[in-house]
Ligand binder design. Structure first.
Ligand code: NAP
Length: 313
């Protein structure tokens, strides 16, 4: 019979790591299951300037590695494994993963979200060959070249500014005539001479031979399609896609209440099942930021501790 933990936390992004810190400090026997590497989406962010206490010019991966080191000080167990299915009702919760099965009295789902796709022809074909979802990972490949950024939210505009460190020119293609991004980020982008905007437009098709050498852009008001091709001297260019995120909630949806895949909780991070909590970007919430993810994680861990105590009394 496998060990039964007090708490299993699924996901080692900021929400999961904060939950681990609080659960570990409360001396709950705790396991964090993460299928890839720590950090979730935030490791893809080159600079965090809106998390209180972040060091100047600190990257997402640096912040996360400090969070992970802090968790390690409290005897929290860690495993790399991918969730396949879950049994979340009753007093013992079972998490079936690719390598092993894990059991706990309480579960905190902090599995986060992954980049949304545009869904246009060529996007899948050119992923990793010109289409990227991570500027910090792939920006340097486009040093001295032109890049296109799809989207108009915080991620798109912030990463467009970051990409100007490498690219000669950055064109932001946004489906409306107004950015969704915060004013401070927007102002930085508007002031940057390397950035231009194509408004009311979406990426319709990506073409090329091996690498991208044509991107078709459709004006959503007029329907007109224009073709963007790289400077002949460059031959190729890159497309960075930042059109939002989708919750990674697949294995939980049959048992947990959700709206469009985002798990529903009360303000104590309780889901519809006793002893099951959700934290971070996988929740339905109004502000998805590191600062709200860590707050969710802390609340979920404290509530999980209370739940376990109540079950024992
Ligand atoms: P977001 O805020 O949901 O913005 C997505 C953007 O993509 C929007 O501009 C949206 O257009 C556009 N879009 C969506 N689907 C599209 C499609 N199929 N084709 C073309 N454009 C499409 O997502 P995000 O920027 O990735 O940010 C996600 C969350 O993380 C947000 O809560 C954000 O505040 C947070 N975040 C914060 C920071 C920061 O504070 N430093 C940095 C990154 C992310 P519309 O505007 O027309 O809807």
């Amino acid at each position: 019979m496998e060990k039964q933990y007090d708490v299993i936390i699924i996901g080692a992004g900021p929400a999961g790591l904060a939950a681990g810190l609080y659960a570990g400090r409360a001396r709950l026997s705790t396991l964090i299951i993460e299928r890839e590497k720590d950090g979730g989406q935030i490791v893809q962010t080159a600079e965090i300037d809106n998390y209180p206490g972040a060091l100047p010019e600190e990257s997402g991966s640096s912040l996360v590695s400090r969070m992970a080191d802090q968790v390690q000080r409290f005897s929290v167990e860690r495993v790399t494994d991918g969730v396949v299915s879950v049994q979340l009702s009753g007093t013992e919760k079972t998490i079936v993963c690719q390598k092993n099965t894990y059991r706990a009295k309480a579960v905190i789902v902090a599995a986060g979200a992954s980049p949304a796709k545009i869904g246009c022809p060529g996007e899948e074909e050119f992923a990793g060959r010109g289409v990227s979802y991570c500027a910090t990972c792939d920006g340097p490949f486009f040093t001295g070249l032109e890049v296109i950024v799809a989207g108009g939210g915080d991620a798109a505009v912030e990463e467009a500014v970051y990409l100007t460190r490498f690219a000669r020119k950055v064109t932001v293609v946004h489906r409306r005539d107004q950015l969704r991004a915060a004013k401070s980020i927007t102002e930085r982008a508007f002031a940057n001479e390397k950035i231009t905007f194509v408004w009311n437009s979406v990426i319709d098709e990506i073409q090329g031979e091996g690498l991208i050498n044509e991107i078709r852009i459709r004006n959503v008001i007029t329907g007109e399609v224009t073709s963007m091709t790289p400077d002949p001297q460059d031959g190729v260019f890159g497309l960075f896609v930042f059109v939002g995120y989708r919750p990674q909630s697949g294995p939980f949806l049959e048992q947990l209440s959700h709206e469009n895949g985002y798990l529903l909780t009360d303000e104590s991070m309780r889901t519809n099942l006793p002893g099951v909590f959700a934290a971070g970007d996988i929740r339905k919430k109004s502000l998805r930021q590191v600062v709200t993810a860590v707050a969710d994680g802390a609340i979920a861990a404290v509530e999980a501790g209370k739940y376990i105590e109540e079950c024992q009394s």
